[in-house]
Design a protein around this ligand. Structure first.
Ligand code: UD1
Ligand code: CA
Length: 449
């Protein structure tokens, strides 16, 4: 990968007008996180010495998101958005003395892989010492992408933007992905020659190829996959990026030993961790922060986020696990059960229609159908504790804060407001009253009148 230092310049100041959104484009999520964080993740293998983010004056949210993810980076503000070349010019303040490789990435092309970035740096480290190496690709629809102009010997001569290209140039399907590695020793010299005399009246970064060639330096290119290089300019392209990343996540889950009943109907987050011999049924959605251990089963139509699921647990069908759901070994969570901020020890069963929030449940407790932990009084949340082996009768309301002891029982339909000691029965419903022959008498009164 060469021995030079690497600075990454992330361009993210564009307005993203076609997204029609108040959220900066690069913060729109794919697989549950901002697209710019997906892009930053691809830098792991190249481990850059510097990261410089270029944003507009009103885009503090973007730098906040990157800082919150723990990256070390510098921010440069591009006040007037006069094009990709103008954006890179703004980094001169921080990179004027930088002599290594400058890797430019566009914040709206987040699907690139580490492997491809390594290939780019390798291509710049060759003997001929190209001034710039560009990542090209041949998309199914070349559309608005800039075109790479390559001579007969395979040298990159120029990049022509679609808006400025001739018919002949447009018929060439080798496109510019936007990713480039530039020799830092001449970057800002090349930049000083940029002009905005073109159809869009923008300063194009792509013009540096032409200037490098004019100064006698070679330029090279590497070809990449369309799936990695899609640029996101609209919601439709955002949706396409989501399908690409979901396919990657499904494939890696299966490679790691999970069975996916119907992969295309299962949606993962970027960080979903799945153990071996996990089975996932159709139509399951994972938000961020989920870990599923070996042998667990998630049945059809579950919605799961921020949850930890131990070995051999069974979840669903139709279950909802919310943040803080900590599901122990062999636990069974059945249909229409919602769990939030609750620890369920090994062997607990909650098989039908329940809400368990802000709760600790001991080993092998049984939570009957219709059990509700009343954890919120309109002002604050309170905890419920259910001891090991307890049996919570159907339709019990547990009004928190409250503790139900080990091996105790609550009668069906009870409203439990006071602690229940170990091995006791708590029952709060009114006693049943029986009126003999009432039905007959009612009939007489109503019908035989
Ligand atoms: C750019 C390339 C085009 C390439 C395509 C790949 C240029 C001139 N054109 O076109 O050859 O095929 O990407 O997707 O480079 N940005 C700024 N400041 C600006 C303008 C843009 O930071 O003043 C940022 C944007 O936030 C975005 C990136 O640069 O992340 C690309 O800008 P965009 O306007 O989308 O360029 P394209 O027209 O797509
Ligand atoms: Ca773009």
């Amino acid at each position: 990968m060469g021995t030079k230092e690497t600075a990454v310049v992330l361009l993210a100041a564009g307005l993203g007008t076609r997204m029609n959104s108040i959220l900066p484009k690069v913060l729109h999520p794919i697989a549950g996180r901002a697209m710019i964080l997906q892009l930053l993740d691809s830098l792991t293998d190249i481990d850059p010495d510097r990261i410089v983010l270029v944003i507009g004056p009103d885009m503090g949210l973007v730098s906040d998101a990157i800082a919150a993810a723990g990256y070390d980076f510098e921010v440069v503000i591009q006040r007037d958005r006069l094009g990709t070349g103008h954006a890179v010019q703004q980094t001169e303040k921080v990179l004027s003395d930088f002599k290594g490789n400058v890797l430019v990435l566009y914040g709206d092309s987040p699907l690139i892989t580490s492997k491809t970035l390594v290939k780019m740096l390798d291509a710049r480290a060759i003997q001929r010492n190209p001034a710039v190496v560009v990542l090209g690709f041949r998309p199914f629809d070349a559309a608005e992408y800039g075109r790479l102009i390559v001579d007969n010997a395979g040298n990159l001569e120029a990049i022509v933007e679609a808006a400025d290209a001739s018919e002949d140039e447009l018929s060439n399907d080798l496109c510019n992905s936007g990713v480039m590695v530039i020799d830092g020793t001449i970057l800002f010299d090349l930049m000083s020659s940029l002009s905005n005399k073109n159809t869009k009246s923008e300063f194009y970064l792509t013009d540096i190829i032409k200037f490098s060639r004019q100064s006698g330096r070679d330029c090279g290119f590497v070809e990449g996959d369309e799936e990695e290089l899609l640029g996101i300019n609209s919601r439709a392209e955002l949706a396409l990026a989501e399908t690409i990343i979901q396919d990657r996540l499904r494939e890696s889950a299966m490679e790691n030993g999970a069975t996916l009943a119907d992969p295309s109907s299962i949606y993962f987050a970027y960080d979903t961790k799945i153990g071996r011999d996990v089975t996932i049924g159709p139509n399951v959605f994972f938000g961020p922060g989920v870990e599923i251990c070996d042998g667990a089963e998630v049945r059809a139509f579950c919605h799961i986020e921020g949850a930890f699921i131990e070995n051999n647990a069974i979840i669903g069908p139709f279950a909802r696990l919310r943040p803080g759901a900590d599901i122990g070994e062999d636990v069974h969570i059945g249909n229409f059960v919602e769990i939030k901020n609750a620890t369920l020890a090994a062997g607990v069963k909650a098989n039908h229609l329940a809400y368990i929030g802000d709760t600790k449940v001991g080993k092998k407790a049984n939570i009957g159908a219709g059990t509700i932990t009343c954890n919120y009084d309109g002002y604050k949340k309170s905890m419920t504790e259910i001891g090991a082996g307890a049996f919570i009768g159907s339709n019990t309301a547990l009004v928190a804060p409250v503790k139900v002891g080990q091996n105790s029982i609550t009668g069906a339909g009870s409203v439990i407001t006071k602690n229940v000691e170990d091995s006791a029965l708590a029952i709060t419903r009114v006693e049943q009253k029986v009126i003999k022959n009432y039905a007959e008498r009612l009939k007489d009164a109503k019908v035989k009148k």
